[in-house]
Design a protein around this ligand. Sequence first.
Ligand SMILES: *[C@@H]1O[C@H](CO)[C@@H](O)[C@H](O)[C@H]1NC(C)=O
Ligand SMILES: *[C@@H]1O[C@H](CO)[C@@H](O)[C@H](O)[C@H]1NC(C)=O
Length: 143
Amino acid sequence: MRDWCLIWFICLALISLGACIKCYRCDNKKNGACGEEFKSYQFTAYECIDQNMKCGKQTQLPLEDGWVGVMRSCYSLGSLPGINETNGCHYWINPSDNFTALICFCDTDMCNVGSMQGLASEAITFTFVLSAVILFMQSFLWS
Ligand SMILES: *[C@@H]1O[C@H](CO)[C@@H](O)[C@H](O)[C@H]1NC(C)=O
Ligand SMILES: *[C@@H]1O[C@H](CO)[C@@H](O)[C@H](O)[C@H]1NC(C)=O
């Protein structure tokens, strides 16, 4: 049983380290279900092509008619000049054309779903709580 626990933890560690993360990639110009009210069941998450990537969500400023552009994708670190790439949401102004957007980053699989504030850390906490509960139940049942 101890061995089994060890295997469980190793698996968990490997899953959470992951080679490359998976992110949703969509654009509400092409599919409205990618917008603020994200209908994740309409999309599949893609594995990002390299390890130096996070999931991102870009929310543009409302246009004159009130339409708000939303894009979700893998984000390659260092690709937007001057942006704060820590997890969470940051306003970004492109120095070359003053294009402004709110850009959110997170670094767990399929995390670029909703408003994203604090979502990554919640997912990690959830994983650990779940594994603690499972371990507890196993030792309870088998002892
Ligand atoms: C980036 O954002 C984080 C949290 O939003 C903040 O703590 C940090 O100081 C920021 N870093 C820079 C260089 O602005
Ligand atoms: C961006 O905005 C600043 C301040 O409003 C302005 O001085 C600058 O000319 C703008 N740059 C471009 C490329 O529009």
